[in-house]
Design a protein around this ligand. Structure first.
Ligand SMILES: NC(=[NH2+])NCCC[C@H](N)C(=O)O
Length: 304
C-alpha cells in the first residue's frame, strides 16, 4: 500500500476505523484521562459496549457505501480501541507512530498487522521526549496545523498530549511545509473549559472551509491566524454547547461528503444548505461520552 494523505478531505480510499468490542471495565474517576470521560463517569453515564458497537458499525456502513476500504485494529481483550486517530498518523507518504499518553500504550500493539502493509513507506518512531497524538495534527496541503500546550504546567494535565518538542521535530521533517501551532485551553475535569485535541476545536471541510470553536484557543491571535488563512465567510463558528457535543469532530469522506452526528442540526444544515456538502447523519452520541467523535475514531491511510 502507498500511504498518501495531504489534507482532511480529499477522496478517502483506505482508513483504519477503531473498534468497540471488549472495551474493558468502566473506568473509575481517577482512571479517566480526559474531561468528557471524567464527567461521564462522575454522572454514572459511561456508555455501554453494545451501544458503542452499534454506533461504530453505522459509521462503518457509511464508509463502505462510499467504497472506502475499512481496516480494523486487531482485537485486544479489555482494551478501549475506539480512537484510532491518536496512536499514529500519516503525513504525505510517511507514517508516524505517536508517543501517546502511557494509559493508552497498549492500543499500539493492535496496529502491527496494519503496519506490515506499510512496507516500502517511511515509518517514523519519535524521540523519547517528543509527545504527540494524531488528534493534534491536522493537514491542509502545504500547512500542518498542530494543537499543543507550551505552558510550564504541561505535565500536570492528562489532556496535554502534544508538546513543543513535537513542533520542532515536525518542522525539521517537513522544511517545505508551513507548520503552525496553536495552544489549546486545558482542563482535565470540565469539558466546557478545556480542549483535548486540536480536532475538538477546529476541523477543515470541503476544499477551503472549516468548523471552529474560538474559545478553545488559549490565545486569540493564534485563532486569528486561521481566520487569515480561511477567511471569515469560510468558517462555521460553533457555540460552547456545540463544542461540548463535539461538532468540530466530524469526518470527511471527500470534499463533497461529511459524516456527522444526527443531533448537530445547526452545523448539518449549514454544511448542506450553505456550503453544499452532503451530510451523512449517524448516531454517535454514546461514543462522544468518552471524549472523542468521528474524526477521532479514524486513521486515514490513503486519500486520492
Ligand atoms: N482525537 C481525539 N480527539 N481523540 C479523542 C481521544 C479520547 C480518549 N478518551 C483520550 O483521552 O485519549
Amino acid at each position: 500500500m502507498r500511504l498518501n494523505v495531504h489534507n482532511e478531505t480529499a477522496q478517502l480510499q483506505t482508513v483504519v476505523l477503531g473498534r468497540a468490542e471488549s472495551n474493558g471495565k468502566n473506568p473509575t474517576l481517577d482512571q479517566t484521562f480526559d474531561a468528557k470521560s471524567y464527567e461521564t463517569v462522575k454522572n454514572n453515564d459511561y456508555p455501554k459496549e453494545k451501544d458503542l458497537i452499534a454506533e461504530m458499525s453505522e459509521f462503518e456502513q457509511v464508509l463502505k457505501k462510499y467504497n472506502v476500504e475499512v481496516l480494523r485494529p486487531t482485537l485486544i481483550e479489555d482494551c478501549n480501541q475506539v480512537f484510532s486517530r491518536d496512536v499514529g498518523f500519516v503525513i504525505d507518504d510517511q507514517f508516524f507512530i505517536s508517543n501517546i499518553i502511557p494509559d493508552r500504550l497498549e492500543e499500539l500493539q493492535a496496529y502491527r498487522e496494519i503496519k506490515n502493509q506499510f512496507k516500502g513507506n517511511k515509518i517514523n518512531s519519535l524521540p523519547e521526549e517528543v509527545y504527540v497524538e494524531g488528534g493534534d495534527v491536522i493537514l491542509y496541503n502545504d500547512y500542518i496545523f498542530v494543537g499543543t500546550y507550551k505552558q510550564p504546567d504541561f505535565k500536570n494535565y492528562k489532556t496535554g498530549r502534544t508538546n513543543v518538542e513535537f513542533i520542532d521535530y515536525i518542522k525539521e521533517k517537513f522544511p517545505n511545509k508551513k507548520v503552525l501551532d496553536f495552544e489549546l485551553k486545558k482542563n482535565d475535569q470540565d469539558p466546557y473549559k478545556g480542549i483535548l485535541h486540536l480536532d475538538c476545536t477546529f476541523n477543515p471541510v470541503g476544499k477551503d472551509k472549516a468548523i471552529i470553536y474560538k474559545d478553545g484557543f488559549l490565545f486569540e491571535h493564534e485563532y486569528q491566524q486561521i481566520i487569515g488563512i480561511f477567511g471569515k465567510e469560510n468558517l462555521f463558528e460553533v457555540t460552547k454547547e456545540e463544542m461540548y457535543w463535539m461538532n468540530p469532530n466530524v469526518f470527511s469522506i471527500s470534499p463533497e461528503v461529511v459524516v456527522s452526528e444526527k443531533n448537530f442540526t445547526r452545523l448539518n444544515d449549514h454544511l448542506e444548505n450553505v456550503w453544499n456538502i452532503k451530510v451523512e447523519r449517524i448516531n454517535y452520541r454514546e461514543v462522544s461520552k468518552m471524549g472523542g467523535l468521528l474524526r477521532c475514531s479514524t486513521m486515514p491511510l490513503i486519500r486520492k
